[in-house]
Design a protein around this ligand. Structure first.
Ligand code: ZN
Length: 162
């Protein structure tokens, strides 16, 4: 790689996110820009910016919901030693023998980390009514079952009366 700055652009689709392990990404349309600056013989700076949308399941109704992606991430890469060390937040140490770096995991994590732990349709009215109706109905019938079971304590009282 020459010294100076180079720019790469990628389009990330659902396959890109699911190829290593299955994620909750159902569809994806994300444009990523990666700017690599080689500052020294063994020192690079990576700047990535990702914009687009993911379609993931809503935690409330399980229906598709859109998640906007608008994020950037910056990391420096230094070639040093013989083992990969990714324990530092903004500095990645890669073995001096490496001739290339797979940026796919960095892009994948950068985008996936934008998904909140709990994600639902912003307005509950946008949730799939049929699915929600089904879930409520399930709850109701569970309660009914519980209520129809006679309390054993009443049986004892009844026996006492007799
Ligand atoms: Zn929903």
């Amino acid at each position: 790689m020459p010294f100076g700055t180079q720019e790469f652009t990628y389009h990330l689709d659902a396959d890109f996110f699911n190829q290593i392990e299955k994620t909750e990404v159902r569809r994806a349309d994300v444009n990523a820009t990666l700017v690599v600056t080689r500052k020294e013989e063994d020192y690079f700076q990576l700047k990535m910016a990702c914009h687009g949308t993911l379609v993931i399941p809503c935690d409330r109704c399980l229906d598709d919901m859109e998640h906007e992606v608008d994020t950037d991430y910056q990391v420096s890469v230094r070639q040093e030693g013989t083992v990969l060390d990714d324990s530092l937040d903004e500095l990645l140490l890669v073995p001096t023998t490496w001739r290339e770096l797979d940026v796919a995991p960095l892009l994948r994590d950068t985008v996936l980390l934008t998904i909140p732990l709990m994600h639902t349709h912003e307005d509950p009215g946008m949730c799939n009514a049929e699915m929600m109706g089904f879930l409520c109905h399930e709850e109701e019938s569970d309660n009914k079952d519980a209520a129809s079971d006679t309390d054993p304590r009443w049986d004892v009282l009844r026996q006492l009366k007799e």
